[in-house]
Design a binder for this molecule. Sequence first.
Ligand code: ADP
Length: 380
Amino acid sequence: MNSRRNAPPIVGVIGGGQLARMMAAPAGALGIHLRLLAESAHECANQVIPDVVIGDFRDYETLRTFVASCDVVTFDHEHVPNALLRRVASEGLEEKLQPGPNALQYAQEKVKMRELVAAEFSPRWRQVAHIDEARDFGFPCIAKSLIGGYDGKGVWRVENEHELTELLKHGGLLLEELVPFDAEISVLVARSPHGQAAVWAVTETIQENGICVQTITPAPHLSEALAGKAQAIALSIAEQTGVVGVMAVEMFLVGEDLLVNELAMRPHNSGHWSIEGAMTSQFEQHLRAVLDLPLGATGMRAPHAVMGNILGGDTSDLHRAYLHLFARDPGLKVHLYGKEVRPGRKVGHVTVLGEDAKRLRARALHATEFFAGRAGEHDE
Ligand code: ADP
């Protein structure tokens, strides 16, 4: 915490997207000063966080100066090169980076993550550089770029050797068996430098074309025992990686088995429901964790929470939807990210809380379709 008397702690955030933007509300409530390192003056978080440094996070001097100016630095994305973070850490700034480069490598490098996760909780996988190493892996399979990728970018379903040979022209890949999953789930955990950890109810994520369109919490397809097992896996990964802050562990549910798909070491789309749906939101918890403060209660405020992503459609003025949606559904909670609308881009989300998950899903769907210009005012 900041040693200047009466000065609020300064939490630096690298990246000016919607995750940084949604940290602003709890930071304001808790009297925490956010400082942003944004790539341009037009990032959506800049609209709600006044203290913005415009600069390139890939530039060492920019990064080091920014980190030195804050009490703690955290992330809106995972694109900061790990080697740069290690260099900054080695200059006596290690404790300011939360999560640090050691933990972050597991979210940045898919092979590192696969090596960490126990084989029983992992799809069969192999790192390949040449088609000769892949011929006996089995097709169809899933190929993933070794570093980076989000919203399904950097993930390919590969049908045969020919397709894989083409993909390998661009560099090495991680191959995974094609998992015939029954559902995709996400477990949100938070961990502080002291090692205190917290976990929220398990969320089911509904994906279309590689993009999450809705989440349902608690996950309806999961028995209590399996939900507990999923939470235990996520907590164990938090401990093993030493992550600080919020981490989402995405998993596949296959019968009674749980297979880890991905780690995200930051607040995550699958945890947006927690803003209204949990005693402590993922954004507040992230700030508490990176400042090494005691974590907040994670219990739910309602039996179910459904979140729907607003994906850009044909309508560019999203606010026009407010009159109809607010009149129709007073319980609907809307978050717009202040981003320019482009087809398929995540530009906001809605959350509804209540008893009946099916009914909640219909309410969320109507709202997100209406925002995208696809639902009429009288549609159910
Ligand atoms: P991203 O980070 O780009 O979202 P993911 O690794 O989460 O990438 O993959 C995107 C989607 O691709 C997943 O949500 C899932 O639907 C599908 N997918 C990924 N890996 C596999 C796999 N091994 N088997 C089957 N489907 C997969």
